[in-house]
Ligand binder design. Sequence first.
Ligand code: NDP
Length: 253
Amino acid sequence: MENTIFSLNNKLALITGGGSGIGFEIAKCFIEYGAKVIITGRREQALKDAVTELGSQSDYVVNDVTDLGKLPALVQHIEDTFGAIDILVNNAGVNMKKPALDVSDEDFYNIVHTNLNAVFSLTRECARRMIPRERGSIIMITSMAAYYGIDRVVAYGASKTGVEGMIKILASEFSPANVRINAIAPGFIETAMMKTAMNGDPDRIARAMRRTPMGRFGKPSEIGYAAVFLASEASSFITGTSIPVDGGNSIGF
Ligand code: NDP
């Protein structure tokens, strides 16, 4: 990749949940712009297949982000093996569609544990290393469910709102060390997660489409290129904020 302001040449990126969906496309876009990427996830075969497709600028580590005690060792292993992490993308996430009254304490805990607790722990471990080096870009993948009253996603919405709140506080603490932290809030993006959420229900699909002024669902690469922007020098004065990438959902429902 030629050296433009969007270049990620010589950068190392850690992308959680990079074996599929949005995380995989972020990895692809980062490589297109010159980065080396390390992807993580729980399913080794999915990671192997992804790395085969991504090529020599990629590698994987099997890791379950909910095992918080193992995250310091994950970061240590990656830095020992591949070098300093310049970019962290907290992409791994889980959703569950249920009316709030049917959501058990365990359901709620599990979603929040993956989407919020693990995001904080991994961010802290990476920031502990980025801050002394005075460089780093941390990107959270949140959701428009952080902003809007979308029905049947109480735990998911709460977890994503928590991440959106967290970036403002962390940005105020990390900014003096030139470590930036931002979010991308995707709208409806065509992935396995969205398929499960829609459950093939034509009414749900039509309703989601009506709420999207651009009249189509997003492609995972459209999140990928927004992530390139936030990871690169092109966004060097942007921190503590969230960019909706949603075909206009955020205009209002
Ligand atoms: P997918 O279900 O396609 O991918 C989710 C990824 O997260 C998988 O690679 C999965 O890998 C990984 N993951 C899940 N749990 C864990 C865990 N405990 N430890 C490590 N990795 C984990 O979903 P998307 O690509 O659609 O979602 C990616 C992100 O985008 C999520 O944070 C989601 O909330 C967000 N988002 C998606 C939207 C959409 O419309 N698709 C809209 C708004 C936000 P594995 O199973 O191997 O662990």
